[in-house]
Design a protein around this ligand. Structure first.
Ligand SMILES: Cc1ncc(COP(=O)(O)O)c(C=O)c1O
Length: 226
């Protein structure tokens, strides 16, 4: 998965810039071919949806072992990506916590984000069956540049646990859409880990900047996320 072997095909751009890779401009016909492949993939999925198992078929953490240590320097062929999705991602649909606590306890599950978190979290949580009153938008402050404070997270979790609720999921954000706030990923993961909370890092808006070495520090501790 995410095979690094495809990097053997990299052509250096020239002797003077041995680390610069030739990148071809978009070929419209190739774009059309790949686009059609994606649509076929989605249509086949929906056509065969009743044949997929409802429950997860894999152990938690199984995907991590299949990932290479770092992302490849050049994109892989779309065929390889779709094969990975079919073979490795689709079986990973998971409902680990409900298996542990019993399906009838879904009303006790709590998800956490900050008041800067994108509304996609609340939407996704509702679709997953989380009770709207168990979606926490923890208040942030100007002093932390609107980043979610690990202490506030802990206080909120403790209150929930004491009330008999079950912390499930934390969404940390690297670059919120409205304020570009960066949550302290590492310290938040440490708190989450203590309570067995699944951590997702939402890097949809500004996180791609972390591909640059000078911005990498914004995701320090990301290894602790899921
Ligand atoms: C930080 C962040 N998270 C999540 C989203 C939502 O992305 P999508 O609409 O693809 O779910 C956005 C969209 O702008 C975003 O900026």
């Amino acid at each position: 998965m995410g095979s690094l072997s495809s990097m053997n095909n990299i052509e250096p751009a020239g002797k003077s810039f041995p680390n610069v890779v030739n990148i071809n401009p978009l070929d419209p016909e190739e774009f059309r071919r790949q686009g059609h492949m994606m649509i076929d993939f989605l249509a086949d999925y929906y056509q065969n949806i009743d044949k997929y198992p409802v429950l997860s078929q894999v152990e938690p953490g199984y995907l991590r072992k299949l990932l290479p240590m770092s992302a490849p320097d050049v994109g892989e062929p779309v065929e390889a990506i779709l094969e990975d999705v079919q073979k490795h991602i689709i079986p990973a649909a998971r409902d680990q916590m409900l298996t542990k606590i019993g399906r009838h306890n879904i009303g006790k599950l709590v998800v956490y984000g900050s008041d800067q978190t994108h509304c996609a979290l609340a939407k996704a949580a509702k679709i997953s069956g989380i009770a709207p009153h168990n979606i926490r938008a923890i208040r942030t402050k100007m002093e932390t540049l609107f980043g979610l404070s690990p202490e506030s997270l802990r206080t909120t979790i403790i209150k929930d646990v004491n009330a008999g609720l079950i912390p499930l999921y934390l969404c940390a954000t690297v670059g919120t859409t409205s304020t570009t706030a960066v949550d302290p990923v590492g310290p938040l993961c440490n708190v989450a880990q203590e309570y067995g909370i699944w951590v997702h890092v939402d890097a949809a808006y500004a996180g791609s900047a972390c591909i640059c070495p000078e911005f990498r520090h914004f995701i320090n501790g990301v290894e602790g996320s899921n």
